[in-house]
Write a protein that binds this ligand. Structure first.
Ligand SMILES: Nc1ncnc2c1ncn2[C@@H]1O[C@H](COP(=O)(O)O)[C@@H](OP(=O)(O)O)[C@H]1O
Ligand SMILES: [Mg+2]
Ligand SMILES: [Mg+2]
Ligand SMILES: [Mg+2]
Length: 363
């Protein structure tokens, strides 16, 4: 069946409105995160699990949920943060509100599409808490990670603002803003981007719609600049492949990762970067393989850490599974409870990578 671009069914299938709102919402939130990134005091607080959260995480979550609620009031939202610690810290709340209330896209029509500013400080706390949906196999759920790689963000390294629409368990739309990645797709292959401090004008917004490809564009503080399709590299000799790896040893087993690289005959050093910038990097050919090998038995990966990146890599010609070769299952709830670890690579080499992972992990 040939569908015309302006036919309502085409618009529905291509999720054009969802993609536009997701891209603009992520772009607007990065204005706030960039501001916090350059502040000396980022308002770091430790959560119950000891992981950090900052003014940037809370503020970005408030801004993005506000635009989702305004545009898609029926949809559920599964977001990482919640406001309980803020409600006990008036001065931090005031600091976040001072940031949030002054953030807008410099292009008025784009900003208006997001549904206007947040009404008040109290409303901001309530909006942050609208991300408590449990997810699940049916309906439309937005998975939101307002700052992925908070540890990288605090270190002055890579981080990402990540948003995905999951419909009936399938990721349909993904948008990731990486304010510290170079605009040039391949620059990150040579630069030490993991710890790069950035100047103005850098950063990329990468997005995808299921069945319609993946796109990159420079991040802007105004409207969307023109997008450009991206694709993974064609690697015919796997020993020439390049790994993108996390920085935090507590999030992925770096020793096992090195053993897999050795088994595949890969000698180039891994590019180390925090956050879903890894998915984005391999999707645009700045690396070929992303492994997230479990450190412990009990950790369940969170859907907001993977939904957008999974779609972007698939739409760029890649395959994303867990260490058993099973696709990531977004139907279960807030976590990927039925998966262990992540193996992402371009389709022609994915089987070889899985075989090496299974040999190293003795699966
Ligand atoms: N033990 C663990 N194993 C795997 N991932 C973990 C983990 N502890 C925390 N994480 C997740 O790792 C994410 C960062 O990934 P990376 O190491 O690739 O940058 C964190 O996202 P946040 O920074 O959004 O909290 C957090 O959800
Ligand atoms: Mg976190
Ligand atoms: Mg995260
Ligand atoms: Mg986060």
């Amino acid at each position: 069946m040939l569908l015309h671009r302006y036919c309502p069914r085409f618009l529905e299938m291509s999720y054009e409105r969802e993609r536009l709102i997701a891209e603009l919402a992520v772009q607007r939130a990065t204005i706030l995160t960039k501001r916090v990134f350059h502040e000396k005091v980022k308002g770091e607080v430790a959560k119950d699990d000891k992981s950090p959260v900052t003014k940037g995480d809370f503020g970005a979550q408030a801004l993005i949920i506000q635009s989702l609620v305004k545009n898609f009031p029926e949809d559920q939202i599964v977001a990482e943060e919640e406001s309980s610690s803020l409600r006990q810290d008036e001065s931090l709340t005031v600091e976040i509100w001072e940031l949030v209330k002054n953030i807008e896209l410099e292009d008025q029509p784009s900003d208006q599409l997001l549904g206007g500013p947040l009404p008040s400080q109290e409303a901001m706390l309530d909006i942050i808490d609208q991300g408590k949906s449990l997810g699940g196999p049916r309906g439309r759920h937005w998975a939101l990670d307002p700052i992925d790689g908070t540890k990288g963000f605090l270190r002055g390294g890579q981080y990402a603002v990540c948003l995905a629409l999951i419909e009936d368990g399938e990721v349909k739309v993904g948008a990731i803003g990486c304010p510290n990645l170079p605009v040039d797709d391949l620059a990150s292959l040579t630069a030490d981007i993991g710890v790069q401090q950035t100047g103005a004008g850098q950063g990329v917004l990468i997005s995808a719609v299921k069945g319609f490809g993946a796109t990159t564009r420079p991040l802007s503080n105004a409207g969307l600049s023109p997008g450009k399709p991206i694709a993974m590299r064609l690697v015919t000799d796997i020993s020439q492949g390049i790994f993108c790896e996390g920085v935090e040893a507590g999030h992925s087993n770096q020793g096992d990762n090195a053993a897999v690289a050795e088994r595949l005959g890969i000698t180039s050093p891994s590019i180390r970067l925090d956050s879903q910038a890894k998915y984005c990097s391999i999707a645009r050919g700045a690396g070929d393989i992303y492994l997230r090998l479990p450190v412990g038995k009990d950790y369940e990966e969170k859907i907001w850490d993977h939904a957008a990146g999974d779609l972007i890599v698939q739409e760029a010609g890649g395959q994303v599974t867990d260490i058993y070769g099973k696709p990531l299952d977004f139907t279960i709830g807030r976590t990927l409870a039925s998966n262990k670890g992540v193996v992402a690579a371009s389709k022609p080499i994915h089987d070889q990578v899985i075989a090496a992972v299974q040999a190293v992990l003795k699966l």
